[in-house]
Write a protein that binds this ligand. Structure first.
Ligand code: XUL
Ligand code: CO
Length: 438
């Protein structure tokens, strides 16, 4: 097969002193960090939509990206060339996983029947490419937001025909994910939200969203599909108010409808910041509830209020993110999916390599720093000491539910000269600095 990305060589690991821009300085796939290799910890995945379908278009201008398949006119031939190019890129980068939406891999036709036939064609090609390369599908998903039929949402649309169409589309996307042994299946609620309450029946929309998930769980059982289901929270964009606002909202929704045992969370860094949380806050909440499944690895621009989806380079964020992932016991079915795109002005194919090298090196550094923070109990010992009052005496009685307000009042009147200790945030930030630099 002829080489498509001629400017991108196989990316080697050359270590922190290398000056070669097309080499890893920190990501050394087979190097062990604790009891696992970096490859096993990080489970990097490339997102098909941004890297191979993204055009660079914005509200003020058309696409800018130059890709090897640009001149192919026939949409299916183009889709096949794109698939071959994608796998060449995965191999050159040395990643083990990829993720896609149904509409990324095969172009939509005029009828649902023909669209599904096209999907079958490309699925067969992907299967071959996966077998040849050993690259696996981290998760699949359905695009329920680009086509105008989804203008009012999909499962939360006011139009029952749209609900039915979305169900048919997800059914097919689950089938091809299953056919490709996908480890997961993600639900990101593209337009599942609202613009104005003036035209919205919120109660029905939320109930319908839950009905849709129940049907997906039933069909997963029918298929005998093992893939882990994920929900990916996002607070806004494209709709003004998305129903899956943040981890807390998704947990509340899943628990309310009795769906929590069927799902885990796919936390996206830039979605966390859009929700006015940090990446590590969202990860911490998900892990605290045993719901941390996978990660969409990217970062936002704090000067801009939208989902800029940069390839991540902030080593503080990757360190604190990896800290949560390691504390959760590491990934099982999940991984770090670069749901991230190049800037519009970075339009040459080689920029894809620069962007992903940046992301992989940033997470490799984060992994090493987080591992050492945990090994040395650099934060744990402080936190343990900070909450020590709950391990004995009245604190232990509170934790063990041995006391109520009456007993606590009796205790408080005898112990009302309270002494608190410093939270030492600056001291702890100094420690974090040392680990991130080291
Ligand atoms: C959109 C987003 C999606 C999901 C998959 O902000 O993150 O690409 O990850 O549909
Ligand atoms: Co995402």
């Amino acid at each position: 097969m002829s080489e498509m990305f001629k400017d991108i060589p196989k990316i080697p690991y050359e270590g922190p002193d290398s000056k070669n821009p097309l080499a890893f300085k920190h990501y050394n796939a087979d190097e062990k960090v604790g009891d696992k290799t970096m490859r096993e910890h990080l489970r990097f995945s490339v997102a098909y939509w941004h890297s191979f379908c993204g055009t660079g278009a914005d509200p003020f201008g058309v696409g800018t990206m130059i890709r090897p398949w640009d001149d192919i006119a026939d949409p299916m031939e183009k889709a096949k060339a794109r698939a071959r190019g994608a796998f060449e890129f995965f191999q050159k980068l040395g990643v083990d996983f990829f993720c896609f939406h149904d509409r990324d891999i095969a172009p939509e036709a005029d009828t649902l029947r023909e669209t599904n036939r096209r999907l079958d064609d490309i699925t067969a090609l992907l299967k071959e490419l996966m077998q040849e390369t050993g690259v696996q599908l981290l998760w699949g998903t359905a695009c329920l937001f680009v086509n105008p039929r989804f203008v009012h949402g999909a499962a939360s649309s006011c139009n029952a025909d749209v609900f039915a169409y979305a169900a048919a589309q997800v059914k097919k996307a689950m089938e091809i994910t299953h056919e490709l042994n996908g480890l997961g299946y993600t639900f990101w609620g593209g337009r599942e939200g609202y613009e104005t309450l003036l035209n919205t029946n919120m109660g029905l929309e939320l109930d319908n969203l839950a009905r849709f998930f129940e049907m997906a769980v039933d069909y997963k059982n029918d298929l005998g599909m093992q893939a882990q289901f994920y929900i990916e929270p996002k607070p806004k964009e494209p709709t003004k108010h998305q129903y899956d606002f943040d981890v807390a909202t998704v947990l509340g929704f899943l628990e309310h409808y009795g769906l929590d045992k069927h799902f885990k969370i796919n936390v996206e860094a830039n979605h966390a910041t859009l929700a006015a949380h940090t990446f590590e806050h969202e990860l911490r909440l998900a892990r605290t509830r045993g719901m941390l499944g996978s990660v969409d690895a990217n970062e936002g621009d704090l000067l801009l209020g939208w989902d800029t989806d940069h390839l991540p380079t902030d080593v503080y964020a990757t360190t604190l993110g990896m800290y949560e992932i390691l504390k959760a016991g590491g990934f099982t079915t999940g991984g770090l999916n670069f749901d991230a795109k190049l800037r519009r002005a970075s339009f040459e194919p080689v920029d894809l390599a620069h962007g992903h090298i940046a992301g992989m090196d940033a997470f490799a550094r984060g992994l090493k720093a987080a591992h050492r923070l945990i090994e040395d109990q650099a934060l744990d010992s402080f936190i343990e000491e900070r909450y020590a009052s709950y391990t004995t005496g009245i604190g232990a009685d509170i934790v063990n539910k041995k006391v109520g307000f009456k007993e606590l009042e009796a205790y408080a009147v005898e112990n009302d000269q309270i002494r608190n200790a410093s939270g030492r945030e600056e001291y702890l930030r100094n420690i974090l600095n040392q680990y991130v630099a080291g």
